[in-house]
Design a protein around this ligand. Structure first.
Ligand code: URA
Length: 244
């Protein structure tokens, strides 16, 4: 029987590291090892069942699935390698010897719960719109949000660029005459969705923290720290319940 083989650039792009074009450049730069040896040829054949691939010292395409919860700080981008030299979430994963990629993203000024994994099936399920995974944010906006504005946020509204949001659950936590603190749960993942929802009703988001994905809570995880999740905990983000 023929052994399943794939090219090295495809191994890396399939692992969610970057596009094939970018991974080809990185391979040529000598950042990738196969079975402990630097390989600079992106078209090098890799045998799926036995070859071990490392990228920047981290094991790629590991059969053993790993799930990480990171409390992402503000001012950090959710990507690998930023072309404007900004800090990335990978700087907070030092010590992790396996390659993981972020499941969705938080924008630079948003902090809170970010899941990273090497399990592409898990990531796809969590992100596909049909899964309807609720994501809950805590935040602070300028001004006092009126009842009518809460209704608009909850029913769905036009957030520009031809996009309309679906229903959300929103509740006020506290308000002064200058600011409102809120909790908002959405099941979609449009770009900068929460900020754009509040902007659409005239409020600027000053602070935004993702505190929950499905049944997975940010809990007491300190800012900038990560923890390895059990499979049960990781799947509670999709299933909505955490058996504990
Ligand atoms: N909504 C936002 O505005 N930003 C995020 O990072 C996530 C949701």
């Amino acid at each position: 029987m023929k052994k399943p083989r794939v090219t090295l650039d495809r191994v890396l792009s399939k692992a969610g590291i970057a596009s094939r074009t970018t991974t080809r450049e990185w391979i040529e730069q000598g950042r990738v090892k196969v079975n402990g040896r630097i390989i600079r040829n992106p078209d090098h054949w890799v045998e799926s069942s036995k070859d071990v691939v490392h990228f920047d010292g981290r094991k790629v395409r590991d059969e053993k699935k790993i799930y990480i919860a990171l409390n992402k700080p503000t001012g950090v981008v959710t990507s690998f390698g930023d072309n404007r030299s900004r800090q990335t979430v990978y700087e907070y994963l030092k010590g992790l010897d396996r390659w993981v990629f972020p499941v969705g993203r938080l924008d630079m000024n948003t902090s809170g719960l970010l899941i990273l994994t090497n399990d592409t099936d898990y990531a796809e399920t969590l992100l596909q719109p049909e899964s309807n995974v609720p994501k809950t944010y805590y935040g602070k906006v300028t001004g006092v949000v009126s009842l009518d504005e809460y209704f608009q946020l909850a029913y769905g509204l036009n957030i520009g660029r031809g996009e309309t949001t679906g229903p959300s659950i929103v509740r006020e936590i506290r308000a002064t005459d200058k600011y409102t603190w809120f909790e908002l749960t959405i099941t979609e993942g449009k770009n900068r969705q929460v900020r754009r929802m509040f902007e659409a009703v005239g409020h600027q988001v000053l602070k935004l923290v993702r505190i929950r994905i499905g049944g997975l809570e940010l809990d007491q995880l300190p800012i900038g720290k990560y923890k390895v999740l059990s499979r049960n905990d990781a799947y509670s983000a999709i299933n909505g319940t955490n058996p504990g």
